[in-house]
Design a protein around this ligand. Structure first.
Ligand code: ADP
Ligand code: MG
Length: 240
């Protein structure tokens, strides 16, 4: 699904990504961890071209996303992204948040979009909030809406950038449960998170980044029991 080769991203003279090669297979769940500033968000954002890389190549479902001929809006339809800050439209109801892009981008009829939206709201346990505005919802509820909104587009892959980091502790579980459900249904996922329980339970592969590079990767079993890189050991000792 994703084949990134030797990608470099430079801000000024600072290399946020330093020759990172990163693949995600169809149906795979990859969890990306690492200290703050190590390039995790930049990597995710590069995959749907929210950031434009300086060197290297990124293929998404076989398409070179940085090729001028590529229609990036098409790629963004295929690759949904869920952010730490939910990013819902504040002046639209929950239902409108879920139907807007379906109608405008996917060209679905209003009725079709609303049926799909209600089914997804049901699934994340928020059908009764359809007519509410996001500001009336808790952080956990808003993030569940944001996940439902991404799913409404029928993406081939979902990227999550610290989806629970802005939440009060009691709301983290409900969001992780929704994500686990999405994972069980076979979605291809790349997830930046500090939730190590989620990583252990869901990840097929854990990737550890430090200073703009992938310094260690492996199964959760490997990563949590026998990390080899000193920076990975240090990070785990601080977070677990
Ligand atoms: P992480 O998500 O792992 O915390 P980021 O990918 O957000 O790390 O950032 C990696 C590095 O790149 C950080 O040092 C950050 O300050 C820098 N950086 C990120 N975005 C920008 C930007 N738009 N301009 C300048 N520097 C940036
Ligand atoms: Mg980040």
């Amino acid at each position: 699904m994703v084949e990134a080769t030797e990608i470099v991203k430079i801000y000024g003279s600072f290399k946020a990504l330093d020759r990172v090669s990163f693949d995600v297979f169809d149906g795979e769940k990859v969890v990306i961890i690492g200290p703050s500033g190590s390039g995790k968000s930049t990597l995710l954002r590069s995959i749907n071209r929210l950031e434009v890389i300086d060197r290297g190549r990124i293929l998404v479902d076989g398409i070179d996303i940085n090729d001028q001929k590529t229609d990036i809006t098409k790629i963004r339809e295929e690759v949904g992204m869920v952010f730490q800050s939910f990013n819902l439209f504040p002046h639209k109801t929950v239902l409108e948040n879920l139907t807007l892009a379906q109608v405008v981008v996917r060209k679905r009829s209003r009725q079709e979009a609303e049926e799909r939206a209600m089914a997804l709201l049901e699934r994340v346990g928020l059908a009764e909030k359809a007519k509410a505005y996001p500001g009336k919802l808790s952080g956990g509820q808003q993030q569940r809406v944001a996940i439902a909104r991404s799913l409404a587009m029928d993406p081939k892959m979902l990227l999550f950038d610290e989806p629970t980091s802005a939440l009060d502790p009691e709301m983290i579980g409900e969001v992780l449960d929704v994500m686990k459900g999405v994972a069980r249904e076979g979605m291809t996922m790349a997830v930046v998170t500090h939730e190590m329980g989620f990583a252990r339970e869901v990840a097929d592969r854990v990737i550890f980044m430090d200073a703009g590079r992938i310094v260690e990767e492996g199964t959760p079993e490997h990563f949590f029991t026998a990390p080899t890189h000193d920076r990975a050991k240090l990070f785990l000792s601080q977070i677990l």
